[in-house]
Design a protein around this ligand. Sequence first.
Ligand code: DX5
Ligand code: ZN
Length: 216
Amino acid sequence: MIKIAPSILSADFAALAADVARVEAGGADQLHVDVMDGRFVPNITIGPVVVGALRKRTRLPLDVHLMIVEPERYLTEFVQAGADMVTVHAEACPHLQRVLAQIRELGARAGVALNPATPPDVLTYVLDDLDLVLVMSVNPGFGGQRFIESAHEKLRTVRALVGDRPIEVSVDGGVQVDQVGGLVADGASTLVAGSAIFGAPDPAAVIARMREAAGA
Ligand code: DX5
Ligand code: ZN
């Protein structure tokens, strides 16, 4: 089963509850929440307060993507606010294994995101500490960027590395309906999409088309 995770980065932040309700009713599997600090990435978005507010308005699992330096300083706050999954960037974590263990100890699922230039080998010795790998198909920081093609090969490598472990392989950035078939064939199990879903007049229809294209 392919999961579809709308990224609220492209939602209307002044009408967030309404936009979330639309994708929830439209069959989204989880909500992707992009947290940016203006240091790891050149943009600033939202923090635990918004995660807590979302938690009260949706039953969808909250998939929190931390694009921040020193994520270990904020894990407790995000999990207490209601994050079900917390993903940190490998590039931001010199002690990646420790951070992943901390996320699990807090009771959330632990994810690692890889920038387009980061080789998948950084995962080799943390495979048993992981619940999710987020393959970035854009350089993080903004919605609406163009998909970087090398993500296809990286997805296949990550899928092989993961083997039969119960690890979600997610792809994030520039995902459009017409790429879905290829991404699923590469081994993606979760598709994150922001502008393709929230930028469309009917987000639910895009989710339905993505699911159809995924063959699931
Ligand atoms: C990029 C974010 C993505 C972004 C995806 O830094 O991590 O989750 O919202 O948006 P689209 O689908 O528009 O590329
Ligand atoms: Zn993201």
